[in-house]
Design a protein around this ligand. Structure first.
Ligand code: B1M
Length: 209
């Protein structure tokens, strides 16, 4: 079965195979939504579970996420043409002064794999850029990542700026990264602290359900 083949290729991170299998599924008239919901999202769920169980580590998660993205690149434009709505819209980035991107990219790719429309702003993102992106796409969730104790304070500035712009009430703020603790998240008025990518996906699903 092609669908199972796609799942296997994503889980095993076979980036050279996923586009061909995805094309074959589309040629078989499997809808982009079905490819996403029945094969891509469950495959990334398996990857997340393997990561939680420490069967997979960062490199395996990254190659799986890239294999998934190679498939998503074919499916996404078709989804955009149809009326299918994403699970939710997310703006994500690493905060100002911080250039660590690996964990944030894993979170972004896992969210994409879970059907979210993700606007990944990259690293060293200013509060102004976060707020502008949230307004521009009318995001449901803002995700901020920081691994540096010297940079994480700017999360507070961004939340203050959301308040000033009058949009704090209609957006959920998720924070994470090695520097962040649940206590810090509470103190700055974030909605949720997430320890890892899998938790971020679970929380984002709950917030958008
Ligand atoms: Co830097 N670095 N680094 N570094 N680096 C750390 C973070 C550090 C802990 C190392 C140490 O001293 N032990 C330390 C920070 C100390 C602190 O502030 N408390 C540190 C430092 C000091 C620095 C520099 C200042 C070093 C220097 O130049 N003197 C410098 C800063 C540059 C800058 O950002 N301005 C620097 C630079 C670098 C590199 C460029 C060399 C490289 C980054 C490469 C890159 O990202 N492209 C790097 C790396 C690789 C690390 C370590 C070794 C690994 C980070 C990583 O990728 N982990 C790190 C030590 C460590 O953490 N053990 C270290 C793997 C990744 C999957 O985990 O990012 O935690 P993580 O993401 C997880 C979760 O945290 C969570 O989910 C992810 C997946 O499960 N998560 C979220 C992350 N974001 C989330 C967002 C969410 C939800 C969950 O919602 C939005």
């Amino acid at each position: 079965m092609l669908g199972e083949e796609l799942m296997e290729a994503i889980i095993e991170g076979r980036i050279d195979d996923t586009p061909d299998i995805t094309r074959a599924l589309l040629d078989d008239a499997v809808s982009p939504k079905e490819i996403m919901d029945k094969y891509m999202i469950p495959a990334m769920q398996v990857v997340g579970e393997k990561f939680e169980e420490q069967e997979y580590f960062v490199p395996e998660v990254l190659v799986a996420a890239h294999a998934m993205q190679a498939s998503l690149a074919l499916v996404e434009p078709l989804l955009a043409q149809s009326d299918e709505r994403p699970t939710g819209k997310v703006v994500i980035g690493t905060v100002k002064g911080d250039l660590h991107e690996i964990g944030k990219n894993i979170v972004a790719m896992m969210l994409q794999g879970a059907g979210f429309q993700v606007n990944n702003l990259g690293v060293d993102v200013s509060s102004e850029a976060f707020v502008a992106a949230v307004e521009e796409i009318d995001a449901d969730i803002l995700g901020m990542s920081s691994l540096l104790t010297t940079a994480m304070r700017s999360m507070q500035d961004t939340i203050d700026m959301l308040l000033e712009a009058g949009i704090r009430e209609r957006i959920k703020v998720i924070v994470g990264g090695a520097a962040i603790t649940p206590e810090f998240a509470r103190r700055i008025g974030a909605d949720v602290y997430c320890e890892d990518a899998n938790e971020a996906v679970k929380v984002a699903r709950e917030l958008c359900s």
